[in-house]
Unconditional design. Structure first.
Length: 552
């Protein structure tokens, strides 16, 4: 074999030209003890809280406790290969996950590794798991509805884009069903969804993903799964990973996003396990003292971002972020100033106000909490209720009585209320929640067998039919216009003299009647989305006409 001297000389010259003296400086420590996914490490005196660590065996970890002579850390993933005496290096980086379009339609673990057998996730974007929630000035009021497709929720407990609405109830009462219906209802819209499964059976998650795929919902959804068999550290970080994936679309693209955490009770249990293993002082029910902060720092990241505007020339390229006067106008409070500044320009007609790309996005959170024996006032439920903007309480007695979704309208509430409702729905369903709550009380009173006056009996009959009308099968979310038409018929008394068994049949027939024989009335409602007196009369006349031809 002959060596070519000129080629070797060329290669050496190139290497010398490209040589850069780089020092790879990192602190190295040793594992003192390891067990149950938790390690104590000596020698990492400069490690930062939540910093990523690299073990010699290839495992990754994150700093949890900063103690005087050692640090406590948790191993992310399989901790069985980590041994005493093993070397550990600091990385100088915070824990982050891949984000972006590459994750849409995928099932991943909380570190962004694929679980769906469709190859690795190739994304050039990453976001840290923990990030600071926007301040008050960076937000705007929640006033845009996020339709769940569930009549009982959209009419009485509306959810707005940027809201945090808790779904709470005992196990097997339909909490996940409400969340999944909400995801399915976003089909054809502009909402990106993230479903975070914490501590669930892998078979349950697999069937849920299959349900979403069958209904075309995986086209805009990412599923983050930390199963019951996964170590506690992964269950602990899963909600933060899901939130970071949604935040990318909110901040970078200004999109509406929906994040479902199913459920945070299991995350709190995983956090308690890690804290007790690391000898943190236990508090109430053995949870550590900062368990409230565990959920508040996650849920506070949900918001509706304020729209940011700049004044640019009309011929400016799209995506301009700096205005002609170098000012950024944030939210509603700056609109008047923006109009005044635009009018004051000498060539005002050649300029326009334009929204800054990426502003005005939202992150809606639907956290799920599981109660034991309906105990809403226990530690974790009360913590999360105090953080969120309302709750949907699912009652076991209603569920087993066949009322599904089993929403207890007395305890359930949305603190955003009618601000996040279609005006037509707000008008016809304004008193529906109170009416149904008083119906429940009357129903309990009527069971005593007392004589009832005509008005009370009429209220009971109306209440029973409204309960029947609000029942809805799983995975069949309803269009908001159909919901308004259906509830209008119930509120205006067209169901009062129908047998209970015929309410669902009447509803299906009525909606078909509107589509086929009264499309102009339905189109007017869809266009205006307001319930004027004139439109109300048209709907009454149409419902009356259908009722005459409806055979009981």
């Amino acid at each position: 074999m002959k060596f070519k001297a000129d080629e070797i000389a060329t290669i050496i010259k190139e290497e010398i030209a490209q040589y850069e003296a780089e020092l790879d400086v990192s602190e190295v420590g040793k594992v003192l003890e390891v067990g149950d996914g938790v390690v104590r490490i000596y020698g990492l005196s400069k490690a930062m809280a939540s910093e990523m660590l690299e073990f010699a065996s290839g495992a990754m970890g994150t700093v949890f406790n900063l103690e005087e002579n050692s640090i406590g850390a948790v191993v992310l993933g399989d901790y069985l290969n980590v041994k005493e005496g093993e070397e550990v290096r600091t990385t100088g980086r915070l824990l982050s996950v891949p984000v972006g379009e590459a994750l849409v339609g995928r099932v991943v673990d909380p570190l962004g590794k694929p679980l769906d057998g469709r190859g690795s996730v190739q994304s050039e974007h990453r976001r840290p798991l923990e990030s600071v929630a926007p301040g008050i000035a960076g937000r705007q009021p929640v006033n845009e509805p996020l339709q769940t497709g569930i009549k009982a929720i959209d009419s009485m407990i509306p959810v707005g884009r940027g809201q945090r609405e808790l779904i709470i109830g005992d196990r097997k009462t339909g909490k996940t069903a409400v969340a999944i219906d909400t995801i399915i209802n976003q089909k054809g819209g502009d909402v990106f969804c993230v479903y975070v499964a914490i501590g669930q059976k892998e078979s349950t998650v697999a069937s849920l993903v299959e349900t979403l795929r069958e209904r075309g919902a995986m086209d805009y959804t990412t599923v983050v799964s930390a199963g019951a068999a996964d170590p506690a550290p992964l269950q602990y970080i899963a909600p933060y990973a899901g939130c970071a994936m949604a935040e990318y679309f909110m901040y970078e693209h200004g999109r509406a996003t929906l994040c479902i955490y199913d459920d945070l009770s299991k995350q709190a249990v995983a956090y308690r396990q890690l804290s007790l293993l690391l000898r943190r002082p236990p508090g109430r029910e053995a949870y550590p003292g900062d368990v409230f902060y565990l959920h508040s720092r996650l849920l506070e990241r949900s918001c509706k971002l304020a729209e940011r505007r700049v004044i640019v020339r009309k011929d400016a390229p799209p995506g301009a972020k700096v205005g002609v006067n170098k000012k950024v106008y944030v939210g509603q409070q700056d609109l008047e100033q923006l109009e005044a500044d635009l009018a004051a320009l000498p060539d005002a007609k050649q300029h326009e106000a334009r929204r800054v790309p990426g502003s005005g996005g939202s992150l809606t959170a639907l956290p799920v909490i599981e109660t034991l024996e309906g105990e809403v006032s226990s530690y974790i439920p009360t913590n999360v209720i105090s953080i969120t903007d309302g709750q949907i309480y699912l009652e076991p007695d209603l569920f087993f009585a066949g009322v599904r979704p089993a929403i207890n309208v007395g305890i359930s509430v949305s603190r955003v209320g009618g601000n996040a409702q279609v005006p037509a729905m707000k008008k016809i369903a304004g008193s529906l929640r109170l009416d149904l709550a008083s119906f429940r009380e009357l129903e309990a009173f009527a069971q005593l067998g007392t004589e009832l006056d005509v008005a009370t009996q009429r209220q009971l009959d109306r209440g029973r039919r409204m309960v029947e009308l609000l029942k809805q099968p799983q995975y069949v979310p309803m269009d908001i216009i159909d919901q308004i038409l259906s509830i209008h018929a119930g509120v205006r008394g067209f169901l009062d003299d129908l047998p209970l068994a015929k309410v669902a049949v009447f509803e299906r027939g009525l909606l078909k009647f509107y589509r086929e024989q009264k499309p102009e009335v339905r189109e007017e409602l869809e266009r205006t989305r307001k319930m004027t007196d004139e439109l109300d009369q048209k709907l009454r006349a149409a419902a009356q006409e259908f009722k005459r031809q409806f055979k009981v």
